[in-house]
Design a protein around this ligand. Structure first.
Ligand code: TXA
Ligand code: MG
Length: 338
């Protein structure tokens, strides 16, 4: 299959929408990461997404909408708390897990009775959904297990020859995937996957908000989890990622200088100085910038043939928790503590 690279023009968007209506796969930009889209209601098309990614069939897909009026046809019930959050955070990087309607097939929901729904804020994503005239199921457009793509080139690197088209909308602004939440009851928000929208951001609107423990620790493959995606190793470049929990930069530098070999790299904060004799990349000083850069740097490290990467540890509050979580998943929750 020849994968077409489409641009953000009226004509190309129309063509991308036509492909979606025909049941084909089109990767498209969102504000978080690129998604690999198909009509969420078409079983065969959705099955093709799983094949193209090499994704386990029990890991459900997020369904994307362009307008709140599409929600009723996809979910059976919209609790008042979900409506409040939609009003404050949509369009944007928030996915809500709600009871699904029958038009969403089991293959899309990974066999669950619920579906994750999100209204992206990226104008190209919204326009594509609108002209296609259907809800679009889309996981991140990477091969399963690799870092999510934040540019059209990343998508091409993973998917060339496997899907019909990639719609190029430039580099994604957020850089990590959406915050995924479900509702334990009418007053409780349960964060399944942290993103740019943080626990602190949601707190004013809900009586209780908490983060699932799988965000902080490895879950065994046979454990019962609230979100199937938690079980799988994720986001990992070929290089071994080793977060270093150091009290300060000096101790980080001393450790790395003593342990560096050929093909060792460091991923530092922007304000950190270079380390003599060790190749260094930087990934921001705060959660939002680190989120923006993290997966981009992971893919860069692979292109540089890095083998070991020592990484400065992000914080665990606010949007920083999303970066912490992706880093932990990339390292298999292994941390060097100094
Ligand atoms: O930002 C994003 O969310 C991107 C863009 C393309 O929208 N999409 C994305 O999709 O990251 P994906 O498939 O890579 O991750 C979806 C996550 C998985 O961890 C999955 O297990 C969880 O959401 N999920 C989806 N539906 C769910 C459901 N019904 N119940 C629990 N977890 C669900
Ligand atoms: Mg993904």
């Amino acid at each position: 299959m020849n994968t077409r690279l489409l641009q953000n023009t009226k004509q190309d968007l129309e063509l991308a929408a036509q492909l979606i209506r025909n049941g084909e796969l089109v990767a498209f930009p969102t504000e978080t990461v690129y998604g690999l889209g198909a009509d969420a209601r078409k079983e065969d098309s959705v099955r093709a997404i799983f094949t193209a990614k090499g994704r386990p069939a029990d890991n459900p897909l997020i369904v994307h909408i362009s307008d709140i009026s599409m929600l009723d046809s996809i979910v059976k019930e919209i609790p008042p708390l979900a409506m409040t959050l939609a009003e404050h955070f949509w369009p944007g990087p928030l996915t809500m897990v709600l009871p699904k309607q029958d038009c969403i097939p089991d293959v899309t929901s990974g066999g669950l009775a619920t579906v994750g729904v999100r209204m992206p804020s990226h104008p190209v994503a919204r326009e594509l959904i609108r002209i296609s005239g259907c809800p679009i199921a889309a996981p991140s457009a990477n091969r399963s297990g690799l870092p999510s793509p934040t540019t059209a080139k990343h998508v091409m690197d993973d998917m060339n020859g496997r899907i019909s088209a990639v719609l190029d909308g430039g580099q994604c602004e957020v850089g990590v995937e959406s915050t995924v939440i479900c509702f334990d009851d009418a007053e409780t928000v349960h964060i399944l996957r942290p993103g740019l929208i943080s626990l602190e951001d949601v707190t004013p609107y809900a009586k209780y908000v908490y983060v699932d423990k799988a965000v902080f620790q490895q879950i065994s493959a046979d454990a019962k989890v609230a979100s199937p995606g938690m079980k799988y190793k994720h986001y990992s470049p070929k290089a071994k990622i080793l977060p270093v929990d150091a009290p300060d930069f000096e101790s980080f530098r001393n450790y790395v200088t003593q342990h560096a070999e050929e093909h060792t790299y460091c991923l530092l904060f922007d304000s950190d100085p270079e380390i003599n004799g060790v190749a260094c990349l930087h990934y921001g000083d705060d959660g939002a910038h680190q989120a923006h850069d993290l997966f981009y740097r992971f893919r860069e490290l692979d292109e540089l043939s890095a083998e070991i990467v020592y990484v400065r540890m992000p914080q665990q509050t606010g949007a920083d928790l999303s970066v912490y979580n992706r880093l932990m998943r990339a390292s298999g929750f292994e941390v060097i503590r100094l």
